[in-house]
Each structure stands twice: as C-alpha cells, then as structure tokens.
Design a protein around this ligand. Structure first.
Ligand code: SF4
Length: 352
C-alpha cells in the first residue's frame, strides 16, 4: 500500500485534488480551441477514456471566447493553460475555468500576477503554478550543473508560492517539470518536503507515444510509489487519449486506481506454447471490449505452467493442442475445442 504524502485539498470544479482523494488524471486538448466542435469532441473523448481534468490552451482572445462556450458543452472540468498574458488568465477565470495553469515567470509584472490572484480568489478558481526547467532563463546555458538546476527551480517555485501566499491565496497545485527523469524526481521530492500543497506530476517533452511510455512510467511511477503526486499528466507527442491510457496504466500498476474493466494477463510465450498465444490473446482482448467489470482474465500458452501462473485469475484460458483448458479461480471447469474458446469464455464471464 502506498502512503500518500499529506496535502491540503484543492478544488478544481467538481474534482478534488490532494492526498484525501484518488490521484487525478489530466490531459490536454491538441486541436485549435477556436474549432469548437473538434475541441468539444476531443474533451468528451478524453472524459470517456478516463481523463478527469482537461487542459485547454487559450493563447488569444478568440480562444478564451471559445473556451467559455466549450465549458457549457462538456461535463468534465476544464483548466485554462496560460502563458504570457494576465488578460487571458482573467478572461479564462471569468469564463468558468475550474483551474488555471500559470507560469508566473512569464507574466510581465507583479501587479499583473496580483490581478490574476484576485480574480481567481473572487471566482474560487484553483491555480497551478507550473514551472518548467526549460523556461527558467538562468538554466538555458548548457553548463549549469544538475544540482544547480534543481536548486534554481526550487528557488523559483518558492518565490512564486510566497507571492500567492502573501495575498492569502492557497488553492494552489504545484508542478516542476523537466525532460530529465532524475531531475524531475529530485525536484518533486524536495518540493514535497517543503510544503503541503498538492503536486501535479509530469515529464515534459517525453516524445512519441512509443518513446514516452517508459520514461513517463519510471519518473511518475517512482514518485507516486513514494506517495508524491496528486494529479498526473503523461505528455506524449500524439493523441491525448494515449496520454490518458498510459496515465491510467501507471496508476493501476501501482494500485492507485481501481480498474473498472477486465485486466488481461498474457504469458510471454515460449517454446512450450501449444498455440499462437498472441493471436489468441488478441481475440480474447477483443471479446472483452464490451465488459465493464474489474475481472482478471489470463491467457496462457500451455497447461504445464499456465494453470499455476494464472491461479489468481478469475478466468484463465490455458491453451493445449487444438483445444483449451478453462479455469475459474484456479479450478479447471472445462476443456473446449479451439473454435469455441471465445463464446465459452464470454459465457463464463456472464456467470461471474
Ligand atoms: S505459460 Fe507455458 S507457454 Fe506460456 S510462458 Fe509459461 S511455460 Fe511458456
């Protein structure tokens, strides 16, 4: 069991962020915000995939105007992603953002930040202070050592937090991102020790989905396993549904997210396999698509090791030559010919 680091609760619309609540999955839209229909479609698809907060970039006045309309058409709370403009931040807050993501380092002056804080306070909107290693001017030089980088990021974060606290604003979520695994882990560990605000985790510029998956899982997984992290976003250069899928898998693997769908376990196959295990697993996976129960289903390639390895599965298919042995919770219930495996499996699922 993971012992979460204790934090305050921050409300982003109907979603609560903090150690008293499950870790929240976030993603971001990747279509122009002004393209209302596409943006609404993408937000809804993300929500359906399990994304609980969706961030939308609002770089122009037209974007904040569209943002206001999108909010009315979707069920999931939206976060406005702000860079450089206090005016956009205030427009997004007034439009009904559940939260805004702000890098105070790129807002021109202290007065502008104060105006954003005051608007957020008045409308009860949470703010994420999001700093990025790449956006800290002093860190752009190549020769800054890793420890100096972490120290400068921390100094920057502390400076911004003070700015908000001085104005009695505490509905804060903090994030410090880097494209480097170790630095992301290190800076978040330090931030976790210095405050009780919820932390948003992410690894920036993680790459194409196939390249981003492992570094994101390692970075976010290491921190989450230590109890650090209250909301996560996996960044990939690709479909945001992939971001949600990977985020969910990380949380499920750590026991931080309850799976509402069947979990499919497949043996890695070896020379003992008596059938094409991967082909069979794909057929089973397809058959499970409409099932929304948190069951464990195993597909094993032989009956030598298969039944033992799948003993804790609710249902296991252990392949033999032109037939399969079906197990329910470790107990053999029948032998079925190859062509009947899927219908029989579905029947057993129904019984469960
Ligand atoms: S279940 Fe059988 S086929 Fe699959 S990896 Fe284990 S021994 Fe090999």
């Amino acid at each position: 069991m993971i012992k979460r680091r204790k934090t305050i609760t921050v409300k982003a619309g109907s979603v609560k962020i903090g150690s008293a609540w499950p870790v929240v999955i976030q993603s971001m839209t990747k279509v122009p915000t002004v393209d209302l229909a596409r943006c609404v479609r993408q937000v809804n698809k993300l929500a359906q995939a399990g994304c609980q907060l969706v961030r939308v970039a609002v770089p122009t006045r037209a974007d904040t105007a569209a943002f206001a309309k999108i909010i009315q058409k979707v069920a999931v709370p939206l976060i406005a992603d702000i860079h450089f403009s206090a005016r956009r931040a205030i427009e997004a807050i007034e439009a009904g953002a559940a939260k805004i993501r702000l890098n105070p380092g790129n807002i021109k002056d202290r007065e502008s930040i104060h105006r954003i804080i005051d608007a957020a306070k008045m409308h009860k909107v949470a703010i994420r202070i999001g700093i990025n290693e790449a956006s800290i001017r002093d860190l752009r030089a190549q020769d800054v050592s890793p420890s100096k980088r972490t120290a400068l990021m921390l100094k920057e974060m502390k400076k911004y937090v003070r700015l908000f606290e001085e104005r009695s604003f505490t509905q804060l979520v903090l994030s410090a991102k880097s494209s480097d695994t170790w630095r992301t882990i290190e800076i978040n560990r330090i931030i976790a020790e210095t405050c009780d605000y919820p932390i948003h985790l992410g690894l920036t510029h993680a790459g194409l989905p196939e390249d981003a998956q492992v570094p994101s899982a390692i970075t976010l997984g290491a921190l989450l396993a230590e109890g650090i992290g209250d909301t996560i976003r996996v960044s990939v250069a690709g479909d945001p549904i992939e971001e949600t899928r990977i985020a969910k898998q990380i949380l499920i693997a750590l026991g931080l997210h309850k799976c509402s769908r069947p979990e499919l376990i497949v043996c890695p196959t070896c020379a003992r396999a008596q059938t094409d295990v991967i082909k069979l697993a794909r057929r089973v996976k397809n058959a499970l698509k409409g099932v929304d129960k948190p069951l464990r289903v195993a597909v094993m390639g032989c009956i030598v090791n298969g039944p033992g390895e799948a003993a804790d599965a609710d249902l296991a298919v252990c392949a033999g030559k032109s037939k399969a042995y079906l197990y329910r919770k470790g107990r053999r219930i029948s032998i079925v010919p190859e062509g009947k495996i899927i219908p029989r499996l579905l029947k057993e699922l129904k019984n469960l």
